[in-house]
Design a protein around this ligand. Structure first.
Ligand code: FAD
Length: 378
């Protein structure tokens, strides 16, 4: 792996950094406080060519590599993790489509994911099936020219603003995990309703909602992959998605370190800046080390993906380490700020809340450890 960035990778990072500094960071606290979906930010991402950055040029995207994508998400998350997760879910849908769709499906669906109106939502989780994704109950019955979907999804990120849904549903209950299939469903499809977004602890400008299917007719042509391949489709998407969440975690780590550095030099106690106290320096040093390690694990997983290597284990390692390190960093940043770290007036309070979900979604830390152990032990 070459640790120097290519010109394209550096340019992608610079574009994301400028957008993050000029537009996302100044807006983040207000969007969070109001639980306001970042409509303008999604438009800005589309205009900057970042929304469909991994989509092939033949379908209107920027066709950038995974390293560029990871660097972009790090910059965006440093400013606003809610915007970053919206982008990351869109990309999860786009990449899964690019990998499994027929040429006709690609032509019909991929260009939409470059646009705010076609924002992607990934609908796997159900009230009774999170980590145990093989336990889905949403049914898709084959009725000749179409499938009929019935059931309920939960926690579906961007569902209330999405135009393209990737939905996993059971086509053959007897076959259990091999009886799940993946479908492309239009936002606003008849028979699909989106419930109110969950009130959340952090990343509040990102909306995650329940989605209900009642006799929702989906054309048979919208089956993605073969019948029974839905779990394979979903899990392969999540492998890449984990590089996304690891990148988000790196962005939060970076923001925590910057806040700790700035505040510890400004704030004085006992007649000197608190940065002069060894106790504060150790928290800063530990965060700097973990930031470096998390960034390297994440970029290494991205680099392997670009090299065409299998990434399941490495993406799980990056996600596990970076997400847990981001939580430790957010804890330390709050500690360095003292009482002010607990005030909604300061950015570290948001970082603390935004970091918490990183070890939960797209596979909990326990599931990442299962994936890693399975690989290490084989
Ligand atoms: C903000 C947010 C956004 C989300 N966005 C989406 C989305 O867009 N699309 C989507 O499909 N889902 C989404 N999810 C759902 C998310 O992926 C699940 O919450 C997650 O996979 C965990 O599932 P669960 O909540 O059902 O927990 P459970 O699976 O019930 O887990 C509960 C606990 O048991 C542990 N556990 C479970 N199984 C094992 C095991 N085998 N070994 C050890 N420990 C285990 C877990 O690690 C956890 O600690 C989102 C969730 C959140 C919070």
């Amino acid at each position: 792996m070459d640790l120097r960035l290519t010109e394209t990778q550096e340019a992608a990072r610079q574009t994301a950094r400028e957008l993050a500094e000029k537009k996302l960071l100044p807006a983040a606290a207000k969007l969070d406080a109001g639980e306001t979906f970042p409509v303008e930010a999604v438009k800005d991402l589309a205009e900057a060519g970042l929304l469909g950055m991994r989509i092939p040029e033949s379908h209107g995207g920027a066709a950038l590599d995974t390293v560029s994508y990871a660097l972009t998400l790090m910059e965006i998350a440093r400013a606003d993790a809610a915007v970053a997760v919206t982008l990351s879910v869109n990309n999860l849908v786009a990449e899964t489509l690019a990998n499994f769709a027929t040429p006709a499906q690609k032509d019909a669906w991929l260009p939409r994911l470059n646009t705010p109106e076609g924002l992607g939502a990934f609908a796997l989780t159900e009230p009774q099936a999170g980590s145990d994704a093989s336990n889905l109950r949403t049914r898709a019955e084959h009725k000749g020219s179409h499938y009929l979907l019935n059931g309920e999804k939960t926690w579906i990120t961007s569902a209330n603003h999405a135009g393209v849904f990737l939905v996993m549903a059971v086509t053959d209950p007897a076959k259990r995990s091999k009886g799940i299939s993946a479908f492309l469903v239009e936002g606003g499809a008849k028979g699909m309703t989106v419930g109110k977004h969950e009130p959340k602890m952090g990343q509040r400008a990102s909306h995650s909602c329940p989605v209900f299917f009642k006799d929702c007719k989906v054309p048979a042509a919208n089956l993605l992959g073969g019948e029974g391949e839905g779990l394979k489709v979903a899990l392969s998407g999540l492998d890449s998605g984990r590089i996304g969440i690891a990148s988000l975690s790196v962005g939060i780590l970076q923001a925590c370190l910057e806040e700790m550095l700035r505040y510890s030099k400004e704030r004085t106690a006992f007649g000197k800046p608190i940065a002069d106290f060894q106790a504060i320096q150790w928290m800063i040093a530990d965060t700097a080390v973990e930031l470096e390690a998390a960034r390297n694990l994440t970029l290494a997983a991205a680099w392997r993906k670009d090299a065409g290597e299998p990434i399941g284990e490495k993406a799980a390692m990056a996600k596990l380490f970076a997400s847990e390190a981001a939580n430790r960093a957010a804890y330390r940043a709050t500690q360095v700020f003292g009482g002010y770290g607990y005030s909604r007036e300061f950015r570290v309070e948001r970082l603390y809340r935004d970091a918490r979900v990183l070890t939960l979604y797209e596979g909990t830390s326990e599931i990442q450890r299962l994936v890693i152990a399975r690989n290490v032990l084989k």
